[in-house]
Design a protein around this ligand. Structure first.
Ligand SMILES: Cc1ncc(COP(=O)(O)O)c(C=O)c1O
Length: 358
């Protein structure tokens, strides 16, 4: 007899994972990862921690929260840690949402957001991006009701790569009713040239309902370990997140690596600089191929193939040439591709393969 799953399972969308990993010599440009391996000091910290693996990890993530508190000037009680920032996102959905409640977010945006409403039975209110594929903050504000518990702004936005100015977000927050928890998902903020990535932290002092969601997966290149964090305007959310999650949600290696990574900010900046140089040169070549690109403020680009090119054919042509990128259709936009900027060699392989196909 077939197993009978819950109604929730029928609602929860299947996360569109990148395929093709079994092939050898792949160019991995599908998941917005860092092309650079962990720093030697971070690897050494992981190795030191290996000897303790007979013990559970620190359940309160105290060293990591202290390091983050020192780094960002936010009280430790207002910092939440997660098994990746997705863990915090999903737990926030569980803590805030239920049938009758509403969650507002833009679309297309990060593919995990639809899980929050599906898992909780809350209503998802999706707001189309504007004509430049940016968040339409005025339209989002117009959707807020007494039932809205959570509103998410992904800045810069995955998958469209665009960002809105922090000044506009500050004006938006000033209008947002205080009963709404506002998550500003800043997974890629270090790559955003519109604003300093430190600037949003000041907003926390004025908005107890604000949560800045950040991660060690992208700029710090630690997605293989899973560590994310949230800087919060009050200590309410960190407290309830721990009520809905399993204990020891952040493993010991991830905690040790993240603490060490924070001590090497100079290298983070150097990596961002390299990435921005690649962004410039890849975008230039893509435009020369006649492709339309969104204004990328991240470590990936979002390009439109145009009416005469089939997304599926381009995807399979790239895969045959060993290049993995992300197709637009499962991300909410047919005829688009999301491509992470890699090393110069990886980018050259992608661009040569694409030029051949077009
Ligand atoms: C916008 C956005 N938020 C959050 C995440 C989750 O990152 P992690 O769970 O690895 O911290 C991602 C990952 O791709 C992302 O694109």
């Amino acid at each position: 007899m077939a197993l009978e799953f819950s109604e929730r399972i029928r609602r929860i969308p299947y996360y569109p994972v990148a395929g093709g990993y079994a092939q050898e010599e792949l160019v991995l440009l599908a998941s917005n990862e860092s092309p650079y391996p962990p720093l030697p000091e971070v690897r050494a910290a992981i190795e030191r921690e290996l000897a303790t693996l007979n013990r559970y990890p620190d359940p309160s993530n105290s060293l990591l929260r202290r390091a983050l508190g020192d780094r960002y000037g936010v009280a430790e009680s207002r910092i939440a840690i997660g098994n990746g920032s997705c863990d915090i996102l999903l737990a926030a959905g569980e803590a805030l949402l239920e049938p009758g409640a509403e969650v507002v977010y833009a679309w297309p945006s990060f593919s995990v957001y639809p899980h929050l409403s599906a898992a909780s039975g809350a209503r998802a209110v999706t707001v189309p991006l504007d004509s430049s594929e940016r968040h339409d903050l005025a339209a989002m504000l117009a959707e807020v009701t007494v039932a809205t518990r959570l509103l998410i702004i992904c800045n810069p936005n995955n998958p469209t790569s665009t960002a809105v100015a922090l000044k506009d977000i500050a004006d938006f927050l000033a209008e947002l009713p205080p009963h709404v928890c506002a998550i500003l998902d800043e997974a890629y903020c270090e790559f955003n040239l519109l604003d300093d990535s430190e600037a949003s932290i000041e907003l926390l002092e004025h908005h107890p309902n604000l949560v800045l969601l950040r991660t060690f997966s992208k700029v710090h290149g630690l997605c293989g370990l899973r560590a994310g964090f949230a800087l919060c305007g009050s200590d309410d959310l960190p407290r309830v997140l721990d009520q809905v999650r399993q204990p020891f949600f952040c493993n010991a290696l991830a905690q040790a690596a993240a603490v060490e990574a924070l001590a090497h900010e100079d290298e983070v900046i150097a990596r961002v600089t390299r990435n921005l140089a690649e962004r410039e040169s890849v975008n230039e070549r893509l435009r020369a191929l006649g492709l339309v690109l969104a204004d990328s403020q991240t470590n990936f680009c979002w390009l439109h193939l145009g009416a005469e090119r089939e997304e599926r054919e381009v995807m399979s042509g790239l895969r045959e040439r060993g290049v993995l990128v992300r197709a637009g259709t499962p991300l909410g936009c047919e005829g688009a591709l999301r491509v992470t900027y890699g090393t110069p060699q990886e980018n050259a392989r992608f661009l040569d393969a694409l030029a051949e196909l077009l």
